[in-house]
Design a protein around this ligand. Structure first.
Ligand code: UDX
Length: 474
């Protein structure tokens, strides 16, 4: 099939490349000509596992790039819209990019060849109606197109495998013909033939029949995306709230999580406590979903609480840093992890960056290390008091404490003896619970994590003054 993907940001680039991998001829469109030129030169703009391999595999073959939206739309049967939908001040998504794509695509429909316009960006329910109206207003013949919704559930860091090995493919279409066209695009995943290919990108085991398809109306598909992200964010805030109670009563959130998550109705995924969720999706989508609900006359206060708990989680972590270090002015802190989670270079809405900004305001000096996100962080954190190290150990050299902010594998397997030699004081504040508190105390660390008791070496309990002046880490 001939497919145009409008917008080559995270979702567009991954989806377009994977459509080519499934055998389609794909043109990736972006109005950023520099981006298109660098894609043409074979430069991969984001850090994403398997993406360089796939771009390389289909470059100059089934995958091409252009800034000419109208031409791309004219030559394609299916047009995926994957442009940005940034949040405005009050949380409403800004749909002006979607509207301008609808206007442009309308111009390409004069020849009456039926085309499907598919929403791939996360948009509020009923956007498909607006896209249709806008296209009609701009001269598209009513019978020449359909608008569908095919939300994407990929996570940064595992986007390619999430796309090729999906839990489900949601196809939101209001007529049989459109649904069938979308089904055909995903056929190699649906009938499982992709997984039998010798050159298939490796991934988890799939059901023998291939990936499950969920056929819905367009509006239901639009809602599924917002509701899924809101639910996942709610799970994270829920466990973070439970972690707070654990800290107060001396319970262990890891055990509590295991107990909750082994109930198959709940499941233990997305129940990892930490410093709160970030990224380009959850924070924005929660605000958008709340705004959608408000438009519909429903005050979705549960979402307010999810957002409040998430903000509070960063503040709690800052309080822990203060509690363990006493004063913060001129303290040198090693920070491991800058992105909003491990496995990515994306720092959008990163809790790590927000925490660093607060620590800088309190007069700390930061030495940061991240395997992928340092370049992006440099552009964001233009402070004199931030420097960047080439390894976790270099960051730790002479630091008053080490802060772990993201869950890269590398941070979970640090050489602790070496670290102890590098740090000025053996203090670790772990915002992702990567280590066992007792084992850390046995190795001589003061170790503070989330939802678990603060751990200290035995010698600290012999009546000597403690580094936090005897206050607890709560
Ligand atoms: C998310 C959704 O998972 C994906 O389906 C959607 O398409 C886009 O948004 P992504 O933003 O890439 O994906 O990140 P995700 O892995 O979901 O993590 C989001 C945030 O939640 C991160 O900051 C992460 O650290 C945090 N998180 C996640 C937790 O704090 N605890 C968890 O248990 C899981």
């Amino acid at each position: 099939m001939r497919i145009a993907v409008i917008g080559s940001g995270y979702v567009g680039l991954v989806a377009g490349t994977c459509f080519a991998e499934l055998g389609h001829n794909v043109v990736l469109v972006d109005n950023d000509e520099e981006k298109i030129a660098s894609l043409e030169r074979g430069i991969v703009p984001i850090h994403e596992k398997f993406l360089p391999e796939l771009l390389n595999r289909h470059h100059n073959g089934r995958l091409s790039y252009t800034s000419d939206l109208e031409k791309a739309a004219r030559e394609s049967e299916v047009i995926f819209v994957a442009v940005g939908t940034p949040a405005s001040e009050c949380g409403d998504p800004d749909l002006s990019y979607v509207e301008s794509v609808a206007r442009e695509v309308a111009k390409a429909l004069e020849d009456h060849h039926f085309k499907v316009i598919v929403e791939k960006s996360t948009v509020p329910v009923c956007t498909s109606d607006w896209v249709r109206k806008s296209m009609l207003l701009n001269g598209a013949p009513a019978e020449s197109f359909a608008v569908a919704s095919n939300p994407e559930f990929l996570r940064e860091g595992s986007a390619v495998t999430d796309f090729l090995y999906p839990d489900r493919i949601v196809i939101g279409a209001d007529d049989e013909r459109t649904a069938q066209i979308l089904r055909n695009i995903y056929l190699p995943l649906i009938d499982g033939s992709y997984y039998r290919r010798p050159d298939a990108i490796p991934g988890p085991d799939m059901p023998p029949g291939g990936a499950p398809v969920i056929l819905t109306s367009t509006k239901s598909a639009e809602l599924i995306k917002h509701a899924s992200n809101a639910f996942l964010a709610m799970k994270i805030s829920f466990i973070n709230a439970v972690a707070t109670i654990c800290e107060t009563v001396g319970a262990d959130v890891t055990q509590v999580r295991q107990g909750i998550g082994s109930d198959s109705r709940i499941g233990n995924r997305f129940l990892n406590p930490g410093i709160g969720y970030g990224g380009s999706c959850f924070p924005k989508d929660l605000l958008a979903f709340r705004a959608v609900a408000r438009e519909c006359g429903y005050d979705f206060r549960l979402l307010d609480e999810v957002i409040r708990i998430n903000d509070e989680q960063r503040q709690r972590f800052l309080r822990k840093v203060r509690n363990v270090l006493w004063t913060l002015k001129r303290k040198r802190l090693a920070v491991l992890g800058l992105a909003f989670k491990g496995g990515t270079d994306d720092i959008r809405e990163s809790p790590a960056i927000k925490i660093i900004q607060d620590l800088l305001r309190e007069g700390c000096e930061i030495v940061a290390y991240d395997p992928a996100a340092m370049e992006r962080a440099k552009a964001e954190l233009r402070a004199e008091k931030v420097s960047y190290a080439q390894s976790p150990y270099e960051a730790a050299k002479g630091a008053d404490a080490l802060l772990i902010m993201t869950e890269w594998d590398q941070f979970a397997s640090l050489d602790l003896e070496r670290l102890q030699g590098d740090l000025k004081y053996p203090i670790i504040l772990d915002g992702r619970n990567l280590y066992d508190p007792e084992a850390m105390a046995a190795k001589g660390f003061i170790y503070v994590s989330v939802g678990r008791a603060e751990a200290r070496p035995k010698t600290h309990y012999a009546g000597a003054a403690t580094a936090n002046g005897g206050r607890s880490g709560r």
